[in-house]
Design a protein around this ligand. Structure first.
Ligand SMILES: NC(=O)c1ccc[n+]([C@@H]2O[C@H](COP(=O)([O-])OP(=O)(O)OC[C@H]3O[C@@H](n4cnc5c(N)ncnc54)[C@H](O)[C@@H]3O)[C@@H](O)[C@H]2O)c1
Ligand SMILES: [Zn+2]
Ligand SMILES: [Zn+2]
Length: 330
């Protein structure tokens, strides 16, 4: 069987490796169906994540079928599962409060520890979630990046008609837009790339687009910052209404400045949001099962894993939303 493998940044290869034989009691072996390429895989590929470890097998978003299960795992052969890409210790102060997403000893598959882009993977069954048998693979593979948004949007009070600006229409922004559209929010999207904003309109003709340079006096009750750039974070603080909230989802290492007096005087709330808990995964899965939930514009294409180079190049081009590798076949 084959795995994708990064000896060092920029040097991605498909490597033939032996299939694992002995499983620990809590482990399962999964035959991988799909693997979604994520922004963090691209950063590990480029070498721009300072805490990534090499050599490394990339990937953390996989969907697969259990082929073998250790005796203490709750799964059996034939079950479909999706990976839960970040481990947690279960014992620290935060894990004990159920906040496994901010665990002090969190490890990330494909970044700090070996990832999941292989035809077969062995994984602790704690770090997968069951996938309903009737859920299409093409929807189930979106559960991880979608759970990020399910977690993030829960933090503010968003109901039908709430005016929400989403800054950044990459995969994460689009998944926020999908959920906001489903919730009946009044959505305006901003992106420096007009083609990205056009994709957002595929969810609904009611979605408004606004180039970041064309913002005049518009203010929004909630602003979802999903671009992760200094300029977009600063803009988020400028376009939030008094009494409103900024959901800070994008990640940047840059220092940003914000109008402290306005945040204080206007009682603006800033919500940091990082990944998800198992509950968010379950909630995301339930939404993906709802046939009225439109998520189709997020999936750009599915490519056989042997064409990994093309898939990574396309993902790096910024011209696509989610690109998925198909790990079945030769
Ligand atoms: N908080 C979390 O748990 C979490 C999880 C996953 C990803 N992220 C972060 O979310 C962000 C988005 O991820 P993604 O995979 O969608 O990235 P992406 O690169 O696919 O999308 C970013 C989008 O922002 C746009 N953009 C860039 N600068 C902008 C600006 N100044 N104004 C408006 N738009 C701008 C780009 O054109 C692009 O469409 C990243 O910063 C990523 O690290 C956070
Ligand atoms: Zn991801
Ligand atoms: Zn912990």
């Amino acid at each position: 069987m084959y795995e994708l493998y990064l000896e060092k940044p920029g040097d991605l290869k498909a490597k033939e490796i032996a299939t694992a034989t002995a499983l620990e009691d809590n482990e399962i072996k999964i035959k991988v169906i799909y693997g979604g390429i994520c922004g963090s895989d691209l950063r590990v590929f480029k070498g721009s994540l300072p805490y990534a470890n090499y050599p490394c097998r990339p990937g953390h978003e996989v969907l697969g079928t259990v082929v073998e299960a250790g005796k203490n795992s709750p799964y059996k052969a034939g079950d479909k599962v999706a990976s839960f890409p970040n481990t947690y210790c279960g014992e620290c102060e935060f894990c004990r409060q159920g906040k496994t997403n901010i665990c002090e000893s969190k490890k990330s598959f494909g970044v700090t520890v070996n990832g999941l882009f292989a035809q077969e993977v062995v994984i602790d069954s704690e770090f997968v979630v069951p996938v309903p048998a009737d859920l299409a693979d093409e929807r189930a593979i979106l559960v991880e990046p979608f759970a990020v948004n399910v977690h993030g949007l829960k933090r503010a009070n968003i109901t039908q008609g709430t005016s929400v600006a989403v800054i950044g229409c990459g995969t994460e922004g689009l998944l926020s837009i999908a959920l906001l559209n489903h919730m009946g929010a009044d959505v305006t999207v901003l992106d420096i790339n007009p083609a990205k904003m056009e994709r957002a309109k595929e969810f609904s003709k009611n979605i408004k687009t606004l180039h970041p340079a064309d913002v005049k006096n518009q203010l929004f009750e909630v602003v979802v910052e999903a671009a992760g750039a200094k300029a977009s974070v600063e803009q988020a603080f400028q376009i939030v209404k008094p009494g409103g909230a900024v959901i800070s989802l994008g990640i940047t290492g840059d220092e940003v400045s914000y109008p402290a007096i306005r945040i204080t005087r206007s009682e603006v709330t800033i919500y940091g949001t990082i990944i998800y808990t198992k509950k968010d995964f379950t909630d995301a899965m339930a939404l993906l099962q709802d046939p009225t939930f439109n998520v189709a514009p997020v999936l750009s294409k599915i490519v056989p894993f042997s064409r990994y180079q093309e898939a990574f190049d396309d993902a790096l081009s910024g011209n696509f939303a989610k690109i998925v590798l198909d790990f079945r076949g030769e």
